[in-house]
Write a protein that binds this ligand. Structure first.
Ligand SMILES: Nc1ncnc2c1ncn2[C@@H]1O[C@H](COP(=O)(O)OP(=O)(O)OP(=O)(O)O)[C@@H](O)[C@H]1O
Ligand SMILES: [Mg+2]
Length: 325
Protein backbone atom coordinates (compact mmCIF):
# COMPACT_ATOMS: atom_id res chain seq x y z
CA UNK A 1 0.00 0.00 0.00
CA UNK A 2 1.12 3.57 -0.52
CA UNK A 3 3.29 3.23 -3.63
CA UNK A 4 2.06 3.80 -7.19
CA UNK A 5 5.00 2.40 -9.14
CA UNK A 6 8.66 1.71 -8.78
CA UNK A 7 10.79 4.54 -10.18
CA UNK A 8 14.13 3.35 -8.91
CA UNK A 9 14.32 6.41 -6.66
CA UNK A 10 13.85 5.66 -3.01
CA UNK A 11 11.38 7.61 -0.94
CA UNK A 12 10.94 7.50 2.82
CA UNK A 13 7.96 5.50 4.12
CA UNK A 14 4.92 7.65 4.67
CA UNK A 15 3.23 6.81 7.95
CA UNK A 16 0.45 9.38 7.38
CA UNK A 17 -0.76 7.52 4.29
CA UNK A 18 -1.78 4.52 6.39
CA UNK A 19 -5.25 4.37 7.84
CA UNK A 20 -5.03 5.80 11.33
CA UNK A 21 -5.48 2.90 13.76
CA UNK A 22 -6.96 5.28 16.36
CA UNK A 23 -10.00 5.80 14.16
CA UNK A 24 -11.51 2.47 15.20
CA UNK A 25 -12.77 -0.50 13.24
CA UNK A 26 -15.93 1.24 12.07
CA UNK A 27 -13.80 3.46 9.87
CA UNK A 28 -12.31 0.69 7.80
CA UNK A 29 -13.59 1.48 4.28
CA UNK A 30 -15.46 -1.84 4.14
CA UNK A 31 -17.43 -0.93 7.25
CA UNK A 32 -18.15 2.58 5.99
CA UNK A 33 -19.72 1.05 2.87
CA UNK A 34 -21.57 -1.62 4.85
CA UNK A 35 -23.04 1.15 7.02
CA UNK A 36 -24.24 3.03 3.92
CA UNK A 37 -25.63 -0.15 2.36
CA UNK A 38 -28.04 -0.48 5.31
CA UNK A 39 -29.54 2.98 4.64
CA UNK A 40 -32.41 3.71 2.26
CA UNK A 41 -31.34 4.31 -1.35
CA UNK A 42 -31.09 8.00 -2.20
CA UNK A 43 -32.79 9.35 -5.32
CA UNK A 44 -30.83 12.62 -5.82
CA UNK A 45 -27.41 12.69 -7.44
CA UNK A 46 -24.94 13.26 -4.61
CA UNK A 47 -22.14 15.76 -5.26
CA UNK A 48 -19.59 15.85 -2.44
CA UNK A 49 -16.97 18.59 -2.16
CA UNK A 50 -14.12 17.13 -0.15
CA UNK A 51 -10.40 17.34 0.42
CA UNK A 52 -8.58 16.61 3.66
CA UNK A 53 -6.68 19.84 3.03
CA UNK A 54 -8.39 22.87 4.53
CA UNK A 55 -8.93 26.22 2.85
CA UNK A 56 -8.71 25.01 -0.77
CA UNK A 57 -12.13 26.34 -1.81
CA UNK A 58 -14.55 23.47 -1.06
CA UNK A 59 -17.26 25.77 0.32
CA UNK A 60 -16.71 28.43 -2.36
CA UNK A 61 -17.10 25.86 -5.14
CA UNK A 62 -20.03 24.10 -3.43
CA UNK A 63 -21.82 27.46 -3.09
CA UNK A 64 -21.25 28.47 -6.72
CA UNK A 65 -22.17 25.05 -8.12
CA UNK A 66 -25.35 24.84 -5.96
CA UNK A 67 -26.47 28.26 -7.19
CA UNK A 68 -25.53 27.56 -10.82
CA UNK A 69 -27.60 24.33 -10.74
CA UNK A 70 -30.55 26.18 -9.19
CA UNK A 71 -30.24 28.80 -11.96
CA UNK A 72 -30.39 25.99 -14.51
CA UNK A 73 -33.75 24.94 -13.00
CA UNK A 74 -32.57 21.99 -10.88
CA UNK A 75 -33.96 21.22 -7.43
CA UNK A 76 -30.92 21.45 -5.19
CA UNK A 77 -30.33 20.57 -1.55
CA UNK A 78 -27.11 21.97 -0.04
CA UNK A 79 -25.85 20.52 3.24
CA UNK A 80 -22.99 21.88 5.30
CA UNK A 81 -21.03 19.23 7.18
CA UNK A 82 -18.87 21.76 9.00
CA UNK A 83 -20.86 22.56 12.13
CA UNK A 84 -18.33 25.16 13.33
CA UNK A 85 -17.62 27.27 10.24
CA UNK A 86 -21.01 26.77 8.52
CA UNK A 87 -19.73 28.66 5.45
CA UNK A 88 -22.17 27.13 2.96
CA UNK A 89 -25.12 27.42 5.32
CA UNK A 90 -24.31 31.04 6.17
CA UNK A 91 -23.88 32.02 2.52
CA UNK A 92 -27.28 30.58 1.64
CA UNK A 93 -29.05 32.17 4.58
CA UNK A 94 -27.55 35.56 3.61
CA UNK A 95 -29.03 34.88 0.16
CA UNK A 96 -32.45 34.51 1.77
CA UNK A 97 -31.97 37.86 3.48
CA UNK A 98 -30.81 39.54 0.28
CA UNK A 99 -33.82 38.30 -1.69
CA UNK A 100 -36.07 39.61 1.10
CA UNK A 101 -34.36 43.00 1.39
CA UNK A 102 -34.29 43.61 -2.36
CA UNK A 103 -37.72 42.12 -3.06
CA UNK A 104 -36.35 39.96 -5.90
CA UNK A 105 -36.92 36.32 -6.82
CA UNK A 106 -33.73 34.25 -6.71
CA UNK A 107 -33.13 30.58 -7.62
CA UNK A 108 -32.66 28.96 -4.24
CA UNK A 109 -31.31 25.64 -3.00
CA UNK A 110 -32.87 24.14 0.11
CA UNK A 111 -30.13 24.17 2.70
CA UNK A 112 -29.14 23.06 6.17
CA UNK A 113 -26.32 21.94 8.41
CA UNK A 114 -25.94 18.53 10.04
CA UNK A 115 -26.47 18.95 13.79
CA UNK A 116 -24.65 15.72 14.63
CA UNK A 117 -21.77 14.19 12.66
CA UNK A 118 -23.63 10.91 12.16
CA UNK A 119 -24.91 9.06 9.11
CA UNK A 120 -28.41 8.90 10.64
CA UNK A 121 -28.51 12.67 11.08
CA UNK A 122 -27.25 13.25 7.54
CA UNK A 123 -29.92 10.98 6.04
CA UNK A 124 -32.61 12.67 8.15
CA UNK A 125 -31.41 16.08 6.94
CA UNK A 126 -31.59 14.95 3.31
CA UNK A 127 -35.09 13.53 3.87
CA UNK A 128 -36.23 16.76 5.56
CA UNK A 129 -34.80 19.10 2.92
CA UNK A 130 -35.80 17.19 -0.19
CA UNK A 131 -35.40 13.49 -0.83
CA UNK A 132 -36.84 14.15 -4.31
CA UNK A 133 -34.25 16.81 -5.23
CA UNK A 134 -32.16 16.43 -8.37
CA UNK A 135 -28.91 17.10 -6.51
CA UNK A 136 -27.65 16.98 -2.95
CA UNK A 137 -24.52 19.08 -2.52
CA UNK A 138 -22.43 18.03 0.48
CA UNK A 139 -19.72 20.38 1.73
CA UNK A 140 -17.29 18.43 3.94
CA UNK A 141 -15.00 19.91 6.58
CA UNK A 142 -11.31 19.74 5.69
CA UNK A 143 -10.17 16.81 7.85
CA UNK A 144 -10.56 13.04 7.99
CA UNK A 145 -13.31 11.79 10.32
CA UNK A 146 -16.00 9.11 10.34
CA UNK A 147 -18.59 11.38 8.73
CA UNK A 148 -15.99 12.67 6.24
CA UNK A 149 -15.44 9.13 4.97
CA UNK A 150 -19.16 8.57 4.66
CA UNK A 151 -19.80 11.68 2.58
CA UNK A 152 -16.90 10.75 0.30
CA UNK A 153 -18.30 7.22 -0.04
CA UNK A 154 -21.85 8.49 -0.69
CA UNK A 155 -20.72 10.65 -3.61
CA UNK A 156 -21.89 9.92 -7.13
CA UNK A 157 -19.60 12.80 -8.07
CA UNK A 158 -16.70 13.70 -5.80
CA UNK A 159 -15.23 17.16 -6.36
CA UNK A 160 -11.81 17.90 -4.90
CA UNK A 161 -10.51 21.45 -5.19
CA UNK A 162 -6.74 21.84 -4.98
CA UNK A 163 -4.60 24.93 -4.97
CA UNK A 164 -1.77 24.96 -7.51
CA UNK A 165 0.85 23.91 -4.98
CA UNK A 166 2.91 20.72 -4.68
CA UNK A 167 2.14 20.86 -0.96
CA UNK A 168 -1.59 20.44 -1.74
CA UNK A 169 -0.96 17.78 -4.39
CA UNK A 170 0.81 15.51 -1.86
CA UNK A 171 -2.59 14.61 -0.35
CA UNK A 172 -3.45 13.02 -3.71
CA UNK A 173 -0.03 11.55 -4.29
CA UNK A 174 3.63 12.40 -4.23
CA UNK A 175 5.25 13.22 -7.55
CA UNK A 176 8.95 12.43 -7.68
CA UNK A 177 10.83 15.70 -8.29
CA UNK A 178 13.44 13.99 -10.49
CA UNK A 179 11.40 11.60 -12.63
CA UNK A 180 8.18 13.63 -12.51
CA UNK A 181 6.30 10.36 -11.91
CA UNK A 182 3.89 9.66 -9.03
CA UNK A 183 5.68 7.34 -6.64
CA UNK A 184 3.55 7.33 -3.51
CA UNK A 185 -0.17 7.56 -2.79
CA UNK A 186 -1.27 10.51 -0.68
CA UNK A 187 -3.45 10.11 2.41
CA UNK A 188 -6.62 11.45 0.77
CA UNK A 189 -5.93 9.64 -2.53
CA UNK A 190 -5.58 6.43 -0.60
CA UNK A 191 -8.82 6.91 1.34
CA UNK A 192 -10.74 7.67 -1.87
CA UNK A 193 -9.22 4.64 -3.64
CA UNK A 194 -10.17 2.29 -0.81
CA UNK A 195 -13.75 3.64 -0.57
CA UNK A 196 -14.22 3.48 -4.35
CA UNK A 197 -12.97 -0.09 -4.49
CA UNK A 198 -15.21 -1.20 -1.64
CA UNK A 199 -18.26 0.60 -3.05
CA UNK A 200 -17.81 -1.13 -6.40
CA UNK A 201 -17.29 -4.48 -4.69
CA UNK A 202 -20.65 -4.03 -2.91
CA UNK A 203 -22.36 -3.07 -6.21
CA UNK A 204 -23.19 0.38 -4.87
CA UNK A 205 -22.03 2.31 -7.90
CA UNK A 206 -19.03 4.26 -9.00
CA UNK A 207 -17.65 7.45 -7.49
CA UNK A 208 -16.83 9.79 -10.38
CA UNK A 209 -13.87 11.83 -9.07
CA UNK A 210 -13.13 15.29 -10.46
CA UNK A 211 -10.17 17.36 -9.26
CA UNK A 212 -10.49 21.11 -9.74
CA UNK A 213 -7.59 23.54 -9.68
CA UNK A 214 -8.72 26.59 -7.73
CA UNK A 215 -7.36 30.11 -7.22
CA UNK A 216 -5.17 29.90 -10.31
CA UNK A 217 -3.18 33.10 -10.85
CA UNK A 218 -2.32 34.14 -14.40
CA UNK A 219 1.18 35.28 -13.34
CA UNK A 220 2.34 31.74 -12.45
CA UNK A 221 2.56 30.27 -15.96
CA UNK A 222 5.92 28.44 -15.69
CA UNK A 223 5.12 26.97 -12.28
CA UNK A 224 1.66 26.06 -13.57
CA UNK A 225 2.98 23.85 -16.36
CA UNK A 226 4.89 21.71 -13.77
CA UNK A 227 1.72 21.52 -11.64
CA UNK A 228 -0.37 20.62 -14.71
CA UNK A 229 2.06 17.83 -15.66
CA UNK A 230 1.99 16.47 -12.11
CA UNK A 231 -1.81 16.64 -11.95
CA UNK A 232 -2.14 14.85 -15.30
CA UNK A 233 0.06 12.02 -14.00
CA UNK A 234 -1.78 11.87 -10.68
CA UNK A 235 -5.06 11.75 -12.63
CA UNK A 236 -3.91 8.58 -14.37
CA UNK A 237 -2.53 7.03 -11.17
CA UNK A 238 -5.66 7.88 -9.10
CA UNK A 239 -8.25 7.58 -11.88
CA UNK A 240 -9.72 11.06 -11.55
CA UNK A 241 -10.74 13.60 -14.18
CA UNK A 242 -9.40 17.13 -14.23
CA UNK A 243 -11.58 20.18 -14.60
CA UNK A 244 -10.29 23.40 -16.10
CA UNK A 245 -10.75 25.02 -12.69
CA UNK A 246 -11.36 28.49 -11.33
CA UNK A 247 -8.99 31.41 -11.27
CA UNK A 248 -8.22 33.67 -8.34
CA UNK A 249 -10.89 36.35 -8.57
CA UNK A 250 -12.36 38.86 -6.21
CA UNK A 251 -15.67 38.03 -7.88
CA UNK A 252 -15.66 34.58 -6.20
CA UNK A 253 -15.61 36.10 -2.73
CA UNK A 254 -16.80 39.71 -2.77
CA UNK A 255 -20.52 38.84 -2.65
CA UNK A 256 -20.41 36.25 0.16
CA UNK A 257 -21.98 38.65 2.71
CA UNK A 258 -24.95 38.95 0.38
CA UNK A 259 -25.16 35.26 -0.49
CA UNK A 260 -24.87 36.15 -4.15
CA UNK A 261 -22.76 35.15 -7.12
CA UNK A 262 -22.20 37.01 -10.34
CA UNK A 263 -24.77 34.68 -11.91
CA UNK A 264 -27.42 36.49 -9.82
CA UNK A 265 -26.61 40.10 -10.69
CA UNK A 266 -28.65 40.02 -13.89
CA UNK A 267 -31.76 39.23 -11.81
CA UNK A 268 -31.44 42.39 -9.71
CA UNK A 269 -32.95 45.38 -11.50
CA UNK A 270 -30.55 48.30 -11.91
CA UNK A 271 -27.48 46.37 -10.70
CA UNK A 272 -24.17 46.41 -12.63
CA UNK A 273 -23.78 43.74 -15.27
CA UNK A 274 -22.36 40.39 -14.15
CA UNK A 275 -18.73 39.69 -15.11
CA UNK A 276 -19.07 37.46 -18.17
CA UNK A 277 -15.67 35.76 -17.62
CA UNK A 278 -16.59 34.86 -14.02
CA UNK A 279 -19.96 33.41 -15.04
CA UNK A 280 -18.26 31.49 -17.84
CA UNK A 281 -15.76 29.89 -15.43
CA UNK A 282 -18.63 28.68 -13.23
CA UNK A 283 -20.57 27.34 -16.23
CA UNK A 284 -17.46 25.53 -17.49
CA UNK A 285 -16.95 24.00 -14.04
CA UNK A 286 -20.56 22.75 -13.92
CA UNK A 287 -20.19 21.36 -17.47
CA UNK A 288 -16.89 19.65 -16.49
CA UNK A 289 -18.69 17.94 -13.61
CA UNK A 290 -21.09 16.42 -16.16
CA UNK A 291 -24.19 16.89 -13.99
CA UNK A 292 -27.44 16.40 -15.88
CA UNK A 293 -31.08 16.37 -14.78
CA UNK A 294 -34.57 16.39 -16.23
CA UNK A 295 -35.99 19.89 -16.60
CA UNK A 296 -39.06 20.60 -14.43
CA UNK A 297 -41.81 23.00 -15.25
CA UNK A 298 -40.97 26.35 -13.73
CA UNK A 299 -43.41 25.90 -10.83
CA UNK A 300 -41.30 23.03 -9.52
CA UNK A 301 -37.91 24.72 -9.77
CA UNK A 302 -37.05 26.08 -6.35
CA UNK A 303 -37.01 29.83 -6.23
CA UNK A 304 -37.60 32.39 -3.53
CA UNK A 305 -40.61 34.41 -4.59
CA UNK A 306 -40.26 38.19 -4.74
CA UNK A 307 -41.56 39.73 -1.52
CA UNK A 308 -42.95 43.22 -0.97
CA UNK A 309 -40.32 45.45 0.61
CA UNK A 310 -40.33 49.04 1.87
CA UNK A 311 -38.73 51.31 -0.72
CA UNK A 312 -36.24 52.65 1.85
CA UNK A 313 -35.11 49.12 2.84
CA UNK A 314 -34.57 48.20 -0.79
CA UNK A 315 -32.68 51.42 -1.45
CA UNK A 316 -30.17 51.13 1.42
CA UNK A 317 -29.59 47.44 0.73
CA UNK A 318 -28.99 48.09 -2.94
CA UNK A 319 -26.50 50.87 -2.05
CA UNK A 320 -24.58 48.47 0.21
CA UNK A 321 -24.51 45.82 -2.53
CA UNK A 322 -23.33 48.29 -5.16
CA UNK A 323 -20.54 49.45 -2.82
CA UNK A 324 -19.31 45.84 -2.48
CA UNK A 325 -18.91 45.38 -6.23
N1 LIG B 1 -11.42 31.13 -6.84
C1 LIG B 1 -11.26 31.92 -5.78
N2 LIG B 1 -10.91 33.23 -5.93
C2 LIG B 1 -10.73 34.01 -4.86
N3 LIG B 1 -10.85 33.61 -3.59
C3 LIG B 1 -11.19 32.33 -3.36
C4 LIG B 1 -11.43 31.42 -4.43
N4 LIG B 1 -11.75 30.21 -3.89
C5 LIG B 1 -11.74 30.36 -2.56
N5 LIG B 1 -11.39 31.63 -2.22
C6 LIG B 1 -11.19 32.15 -0.86
O1 LIG B 1 -10.30 31.22 -0.21
C7 LIG B 1 -10.62 31.08 1.17
C8 LIG B 1 -10.91 29.60 1.48
O2 LIG B 1 -12.06 29.21 0.74
P1 LIG B 1 -13.15 28.19 1.34
O3 LIG B 1 -13.60 28.62 2.68
O4 LIG B 1 -14.17 28.02 0.28
O5 LIG B 1 -12.24 26.89 1.47
P2 LIG B 1 -12.61 25.50 2.19
O6 LIG B 1 -11.84 24.46 1.48
O7 LIG B 1 -14.08 25.34 2.25
O8 LIG B 1 -12.02 25.73 3.65
P3 LIG B 1 -12.27 24.80 4.95
O9 LIG B 1 -11.37 23.62 4.79
O10 LIG B 1 -11.83 25.71 6.07
O11 LIG B 1 -13.71 24.43 4.98
C9 LIG B 1 -11.81 32.01 1.41
O12 LIG B 1 -11.29 33.25 1.86
C10 LIG B 1 -12.43 32.17 0.01
O13 LIG B 1 -13.14 33.40 -0.11
MG1 LIG C 1 -15.36 25.00 3.93
Amino acid sequence: MGTFSATGISVPPDASARIDPRMGDEEIPRNVIVDLAKRPALHPHIVTFANEKGGVGKSTLAFHVAIALAHAGARVVAIDLDRRQRTLERGLSYRNGTAGNLGVALPMPQFGVVDQPSTACLYQTIARLGADADFVILDAAGADSPIFRRVVAMADTLVTPVNASFLDLELLGRVNPVSGMPDRAGCFGQTVAALREEKLAQNMGRIEWVVVKNRVRAAEKRHMSRIDDALARLATANDFRLSKGLSERLAFRELFQFGLTHLDLGLIPGMIRPQASTCEEVSTLVADLGLSFQQHDSAQAASLPARRVLRHTRHVFREALSAAL
